[in-house]
Design a protein around this ligand. Structure first.
Ligand SMILES: Cc1cc2nc3c(=O)[nH]c(=O)nc-3n(C[C@H](O)[C@H](O)[C@H](O)COP(=O)(O)OP(=O)(O)OC[C@H]3O[C@@H](n4cnc5c(N)ncnc54)[C@H](O)[C@@H]3O)c2cc1C
Length: 460
């Protein structure tokens, strides 16, 4: 994954703008460029674009959208940016947070109106730290459906996508101006393509075990649930060009993936009053903090496996999620009439399990300081799923400005290099606790939009 000098190189052909990666970020950038009449080509290594976007839940946060308006949800920039920064302990770049928030409603409404991608507002629960219902999804509520709809929009708009093109090298001048890329075709042949601007939409380094061990060792033992092809190329190329990389310790972990089914179990279960207990039947942390940082605590438990415990009310709510329905169909969800039956069914010490449930019912002091009074207490019959922790995607990456231009270590933007989504430093601060639900697709879609606009402006 080299950066090579341009000198002496010739390119087989040229496209004004090249985009590396065909996930949510790359497709949004390409649709934007298409709309501005600027020719662009997506280079995607896979046989068909999917990326982590297709594996995700597909929830995108946005404030002041017409879908919120229709449901009477009054949301503001201050609330949304404030929530993101509160989760990140005020350590995310405020200009990028504000940019992504301000772009959120106009971009989703543009995708709906111009490209026929319908959105619905997710209601019924709030993710940790979010004071308003602001998650939007396509009606199917899955990342696979979001990706399918984005690809259909790209096809309708005649976006150029070359699949089976794994970019292996950038060619750049001494001042950091990118002149082209080299890529490998499925038969092993190498081709070169010139460009006047390059957009890095190739996500982060979750699929690179060595980088994960180096930058985020505390989650290295967890399974990676994102796209395996996201191997940190943007960071390597950026470093080769002298770019600043930031917050490589930031990532989205998840504390609730069904074992052994590998199905994401919505954290809404915890938000609605559920708890997690380890194989000793004991709670081990405050579940209300958020699924990302909780993942590290799950990994520290014996066998790194724990149980989600909740009740029929919470089960009914969870049935609204496709993943949860799949888990139920796969036999992951257990039900028990009372505490004794639950302990026996899960093979947990009954005394400890009773003590954990008593904490949720206000009958015993909660050692982790969680407030259980805002939801009805858990009541029999009980439900349970065995879960483990996972790494979903990394949030650190290339530092960018508000035009999505990649910044050199000097602070100046590189001449014609843009980044968004997991390729760029996100809005989650430096560590796992800073991830606010939706930060992944927020920066993929909104920064893809900005990168497309900026690349078009550069060439106009
Ligand atoms: C299980 C799960 C659930 C999630 N749920 C949510 C959610 O609900 N909301 C949210 O905001 N975020 C969620 N995320 C995170 C979200 O999926 C990512 O943040 C987002 O999809 C990133 O988009 P992207 O376009 O940057 O990357 P991707 O969608 O991963 O696309 C990158 C593309 O680049 C290609 N590529 C990489 N390197 C090269 C190369 N050298 N040459 C050519 N192509 C290359 C890859 O093949 C890939 O297709 C979830 C993640 C997971 C794993």
């Amino acid at each position: 994954m080299d950066v090579k000098p341009t000198e002496g190189e010739s390119f087989d052909t040229e496209f004004p703008v090249v985009i590396i990666g065909g996930g949510a970020c790359g497709l949004t950038a390409a649709l934007t460029l298409k709309g501005s009449g600027t020719a662009a080509l997506i280079l995607e290594q896979d046989a068909a674009p999917a990326g982590s976007t297709a594996l995700s839940s597909g929830f995108i946060p946005a404030f002041s959208t017409r879908w919120q308006g229709a449901r009477g949800v009054d949301d503001t920039l201050e609330l949304m940016a404030g929530d993101i920064q509160a989760k990140a302990k005020q350590l995310a770049d405020p200009a990028i947070v504000e940019l992504c928030c301000n772009k959120s409603a106009p971009t989703l409404e543009w995708l709906a109106d111009r490209h026929g991608i319908p959105f619905v507002l997710i209601e019924g629960f709030l993710y940790t730290g979010q004071r308003r219902a602001r998650m939007h999804a396509v009606p199917e509520r899955t990342g696979a459906a979001l990706m399918a709809r984005m690809l259909a929009a790209a096809e309708a708009a005649e976006v150029d996508i070359l699949c089976g093109a794994e970019v292996t090298a950038l060619y750049a001048d001494g001042d950091g101006r990118v002149r082209g890329v080299g890529y490998r075709r499925p038969d092993g042949s190498q081709e070169r393509l010139g460009c006047q601007a390059l957009v890095l939409a190739c996500n982060g380094f979750g699929g690179n075990a060595e980088m994960v061990r180096r930058y985020i060792p505390e989650i290295a033992a967890a399974d990676y649930f994102g796209h395996g092809g996201n191997r940190g190329h943007a960071v390597h190329w950026g470093e080769g060009l002298g770019a600043e990389v930031r917050h490589l310790g930031a990532y989205q972990g998840h504390a609730s993936v069904a074992v052994p089914h590998g199905i994401l179990i919505t954290w809404a279960i915890m938000r609605e009053g559920g708890i997690q207990v380890n194989v000793s039947g004991m709670r081990f942390a405050d579940e209300s903090r958020g699924y990302s940082e909780h993942a590290v605590d799950v990994l520290r438990q014996p066998s790194a496996e724990v149980w989600d415990i909740y009740d029929a009310r919470v089960h009914e709510m969870a049935m609204e999620f496709e993943d949860y329905r799949q888990a139920e169909a796969a036999g992951a969800v257990k039900m028990a009439a009372d505490e004794a039956a639950l302990a026996q069914s899960l093979d947990l010490p009954e005394e400890n399990l009773r003590a954990a449930l008593a904490q949720t019912q206000g009958l015993a002091e909660d050692p982790f300081g969680r407030d259980f009074t805002d939801k009805p207490a858990l009541a029999p019959p009980y439900y349970a799923i065995k879960v483990g922790a996972a790494l979903f995607h990394t949030q650190g990456g290339l530092a960018i400005d508000t035009a999505a231009r990649v910044l050199h270590k000097s602070g100046a933007p590189l001449p014609n290099l843009f980044a968004g989504g997991g390729a760029a430093c996100g809005v989650s601060g430096p560590e796992v606790w800073g991830y606010s639900s939706g930060n992944g697709l927020l920066t993929a879609v909104m920064l893809g939009r900005v990168a497309g606009e900026s690349a078009a402006a550069l060439l106009s």
